[in-house]
Design a protein around this ligand. Structure first.
Ligand SMILES: Nc1nc2c(ncn2[C@@H]2O[C@H](COP(=O)(O)OP(=O)(O)O)[C@@H](O)[C@H]2O)c(=O)[nH]1
Ligand SMILES: [Mg+2]
Length: 185
């Protein structure tokens, strides 16, 4: 098998694993910085996890797999560039919102960013997978507690929304989230 055919084979296998084979659309990964977005994108694009340097902000991580493009964007702290991500979101078909479930101190900020974003009527109907990431850490909050903190029940009326406990580090949980999003693409 040529290198190209081999890479294509790997890409197709990954797409099927994620339930995104033959799907088209843009999946946007959002969340506060340090929640694991770049690590997840890197894992999807390279099939492995490496320690990453914090990126300059604003910064867009992006890659394409079959008919699906993935883009990541850090929310929070940058009021001045807010208009940029509203623009950025306008062509998204699915949203992955990542939360560092071990960072209790920033949950309120994560909640604020999530509600603020989803108050935009342009995003009505766009499916949102909320990833409770870093579940491998001993001080990760349990899902029920995070659920209440993020007030997800209130956001459910205007879109399909579902939560997933994940550890990008261990490779757990996120394939389910993509499979679920794939059913809406
Ligand atoms: N323990 C643990 N650490 C993670 C996990 N996912 C990401 N990290 C670490 O969290 C830090 C921030 O990740 P990064 O992907 O840069 O977050 P981003 O700012 O949202 O892009 C990095 O040191 C990652 O190695 C996870 O599931 N478990
Ligand atoms: Mg990043």
């Amino acid at each position: 098998m040529s290198l190209f055919a081999w890479l294509r084979e790997i890409g197709l296998r990954l797409l099927s694993t994620l339930g995104l084979y033959n799907k088209k659309g843009t999946v946007v990964l959002l969340g506060l910085d340090n929640s694991g977005k770049s690590t997840l994108l890197h894992r999807l694009s390279q099939g492995q996890v490496t320690a990453l340097q914090p990126t300059e902000r604003p910064h867009i991580d992006e890659f394409q797999l079959g008919g699906v493009s993935f883009k990541a964007w850090d929310l929070g702290g940058h009021e001045a560039v807010r208009y940029l991500w509203f623009d950025f979101l306008s062509d998204s078909h699915a949203i992955v919102f990542m939360v560092d479930s071990a960072d209790g101190e920033r949950l309120e900020e994560a909640h604020w960013e999530l509600s603020e974003m989803l108050s935009d009527a342009n995003l009505d109907g766009v499916p949102v997978a909320v990833l409770y990431n870093k579940s491998d850490l001993p001080d990760a909050w349990p899902a029920e507690k995070l659920e209440g903190m993020l007030d997800l029940a209130r956001l459910e009326a205007r879109r399909p929304i579902k939560t997933f406990v994940t550890s990008v580090l261990k490779g757990e949980g996120y394939p389910d989230a993509f499979r679920w999003l794939g059913t809406h693409l």
